[in-house]
Ligand binder design. Sequence first.
Ligand code: FEO
Length: 395
Amino acid sequence: MVAREVCKDIFWVGALDWDRRLFDELIPLPNGTSYNAYLIKGSKKTALIDTVDPTKEYELISNLVKIGIEQIDYVIMNHAEQDHSGSLPMILEFFPDAVVVANEKCKDFLVALLHVDSNKFKVIGDRDTLSLGDRTLEFLITPWTHWPETQLTFLQEDRILFPCDLFGSHIATSDLFIKDERTIYISAKRYYAEIMMPFRITIRGYLDKVRALDPTMIAPSHGSIYQNPSFILDSYFDWTSDSVKNEVVIPYVSMHGSTLKMVEYFTDALLSRGITVKPFNLSKTDVGELAMSLVDAATVVIATPTVLFGPHPQVVYATYLANLLKPKIKFVSVIGSYGWGGKCVDVITKMLDHVKVDVLEPVIVNGLPDEKAFRGLDRLADDILKKHKEIKIVE
Ligand code: FEO
């Protein structure tokens, strides 16, 4: 990869990871990702903002060499997670005089995770500034976007915001700047769902602060740069709001077809009532798609067969994940079948302790669904329609 100029004396010096397909051994990356690092040359000092994943450290060094960087005065660490900090030890080997600029908590993480020498740090606080000569960096400490030490860096004169993970998107693309907002919208929403959604309320509190900075560009550490910051800010205001859509998400598994028959009937019942339905067969689905569907939906109906005495393990996994992501859903129910008994509803509803939801009366049948089961599914669809009409729904 080559370093690319963002604007005069500011360069993208990161790395594209076209092949990576999994993050944290958990999150699917259908479009790869990028680790963006930025080099800012001031009239007196030079600063590197974030580094890259350690698997790409030679690309970062090579990019710096290609643009003739012989000295780095400051390495600004917005976040300690290794995809942005992992090349810091090598940077400090190549540039031994560089000072690591980080908040107190980030310093502690970098010392613990990477064994960075604690004497290398300059510790900064919220709204502190750092002069590079003709350019000034301002730091905004914004914990829990998505770790406790996360911060944003704002380049005052150019009005460029470097938010690290916040507003990012997992996509490897040649586009330094966004060319197609529709494509990035999907990647950014998926990224929000998988990484930022558990911190929705906290992040919503930071959005006005970011808007007040009136940035001309937002340059995250994954994905392309936003030259139209309103695009991603408006999206985040929408995703983090309390409003939900007239949508039902149905994560399901079926072993012998009974639960599938219920899902198919129930999907039609919801559609005929004007409700958008998103069924996900957990044996096949990409969990990132499922997470993304949870950003807006008002209701989740979990559909499961009974394995021994509880829900199918794939349903347990999806329910556990959904609970961790803390979506703003308002209603939950369970449908499914059993052979000789079970406690599916109890197990599933007890797992959802991080979300504040009303549990709607489930529909659990013995064996193949019959007419009584279908009437039960009609009743559940009616209940959902009624509940959606009672709350604030965005179409
Ligand atoms: Fe992109 Fe939290 O690391």
